[in-house]
Design a protein around this ligand. Sequence first.
Ligand SMILES: [Zn+2]
Length: 257
Amino acid sequence: MFQITPIPAFDDNYIWMLQKPGSHDVVVVDPGDATPVLAKLKQDQLQLQGILITHHHADHTGGADQLAKQFDVPVYGPANSPYKGISQSLVDGDSCEVLGQSLSVRTVPGHTLDHISYFIDGEQPQLLCGDTLFLAGCGRLFEGSPQQMLKAMNYFSQLPDNTQVFCTHEYSLANLAFAEAVEPENAEIQQTISNCQTLRKQQKPTLPSSIAQERLINPFLRTQQASVRDAARKYQGADLKDEEAIFAAIREWKNNF
Ligand SMILES: [Zn+2]
């Protein structure tokens, strides 16, 4: 496992920094801006050894070219990415090794068509999921279909309970307000709102989440639950034939929430 630290960027992005405990070598994930990364490296006297990219959006890739050039490090990312700065192309089922640790790559299209996630197995599993899975939410469907995103959610859902989930935006409270609207009776959601409010008052990240927590609170991982199904039907004003239709209705509801 890695020691994983957030480097805040823009309004609500987190650039996650991976490090082996006791080492000064680090890898950063989705550096949308080089400036805060450079400041962190300097401040803590760290050595950048590589960059991981989850998808092509500028707030995830904008600083990668500069960092890769300055430190002469590899840039791992999806093989089918419109972002052209990737030196190590990855496809579904690949594993890549950074800082002596193996990461499993899965394609998880939906938010974009080139989106991938990185999973680190072990006693304390860790997931780097970009803009796909959020605490109590999922990414907007800019390029992919509800079917594709639901497949990604099903992959995340079967990961070990204690998997730490490193999402790339601080969207938790807004997502939880929506989750509460979908499932007003869900006590776990109420409790998580309270926990996250406390963290935000202290200006701390609400992340990482965990897969166990997401299974209890995230409407996009709970489309098989009767409460979520009924809420989706009520929103749509129609019977929804399958899980994919329920997922699509919930996603559309969130877009308009
Ligand atoms: Zn994005």
